[in-house]
Design a protein around this ligand. Sequence first.
Ligand code: G16
Length: 555
Amino acid sequence: MTNIDYVKVFESSSAFPRPSSFCPSYGTAGFRADASLLLSTLFRCGLLVAARSLLLGKSCGLMITASHNQVSDNGVKLIEPDGSMLPQDWEPAATALAQCSTDQEVVDSLRSILTTGVSASTLNTPSCEGILSVLFGYDNRPSAPDLLKAAVAGVAALGVQHQDVGFVTTPMMHFVVHQWNSPCRPASTHEAQETYFETLIGAFEQLVEGLPRPPDGGQLLIDCANGVGAHHLVKVQQRLWSAGLQMVLFNTGDGQLNMECGADHVQKERVAPTGFPELKPYSRCCSVDGDADRLVYFTVAGSTSEGTTMLLLDGDKIASLTAAFIKDLLKQLPDSVGSDIKVGVIQTAYANGASTSYVKEQLLLSVECTPTGVKYLHQAAHSYDVGVYWEANGHGTVLFSAELLRRLEKAERVCSAAKDLLLLSKVINQTVGDAFSGILLVEAVLRRKAWSLSQWDGLYQDMPSRQIKLKVADRALITVEDAERKCVTPAGLQKDIDALISEYPAGSRAFVRPSGTEDAVRVYSEAPTQEQANDLACRVGKAVYLQAGGVGPMP
Ligand code: G16
């Protein structure tokens, strides 16, 4: 890599100094912080993604978003040429570059990435300057334009071109980057976006072709979190209405992004989002997050004297519905195609215990548990022919192996189940978790099974659970192991958590972990009754507060 102009890198870097009190780290899904702190991080991510593109000889992507976080935050997600996330072995290099204190350190850190590399396998790949570019996408946060300029400056400092994809959801961006690097590269990123909708909607239309509309007329009330999803959903409303799906959009941008709305709010608080009409029992509703990569469904059950009961159909329920449907289809394949197909369901510690039991005991499928972060689940899903992964918060997808797709293609003319599985692999975004893809998937499966929301909800009954978050002075002091189910430091905290759990009935559990997207520590609990789950979460939260330097209100 001899043709890098490091003087230019040094000079460009000087326009984006790192605030001295800000020490960014690559977190659960990239970098995330208050937007006012992020100009240097975006410039350096521009350098990094351009360097990665040069090393791979392909176009990488950079999405400016802080997803479910409050509107004053922003962040960056880095995308590989195949549409996947930045490989984990690059994360330390990303953090080191983002934390450099001087422009010379930035140059040295970049030089180290480009010359010694962080992975030997990437070093020998020739560069293809001139024919590759970095693709940029962003959500509708007001800080996006300035951060985009910083990222563009980083890419330009390495002499790499860029393409502005514009307002996109994160999953659209992953799909577009994948398309851009495919043998049939689209003429423009706009065309790649059209291919995205055509692929997903075209497959949905075929899956539901000839089936009657649901008894409720196919109406789905969608909370768009005042995020970028609304911008695109509105464009496909008419076409989907013709296919029997009537999307009624709320929180399309008049209110504040993610404020008392969005998938994270609905899932954590178990309430309907603000801006929603009064719900009729079992009316179909769903909520996506700010960059539309998460999806949860919800509804209300019949009214009681105390009001209606909120029913949440979260990522675990979506995974269970999907895994059950896929399993049924696989059973219909002839032995020559499908006798040895390995199916796995990947979850995190947040998965409701009842969902894990349902998948293991009713569906008889294997379950794996990884740390939080779709980057871990996605990687684990790759070791199956069909890897179904979802986090309880609604982030997930299903990966089909290339070998299985080849077998299904051979069989599709003679076997309708093979054709259906192929259509599912198109409805389901293969690059990353995707709320729009999730809606089409859920709606198609419910229609195929002629199921109501209540029947779907009846797959299993959730264990009562509670999630809270609290602040500590330095959340890095809390370290965890065993897929985040055990706390290692502060020493003694896990012993206290175990002692608290032992005071609740068998089957109760709780854990603590530092968030990788917010300045917060998360506590999760499950117990036989809601009161017990609330109580356990609160008491574990107090123990964390006392032992890990809590600040602000004690839980
Ligand atoms: C991101 C990740 C998810 C993760 C979530 C919360 O989601 O992609 O895998 O579950 O953050 O992470 P944490 O608990 O570490 O804050 P999103 O939708 O915010 O990009």
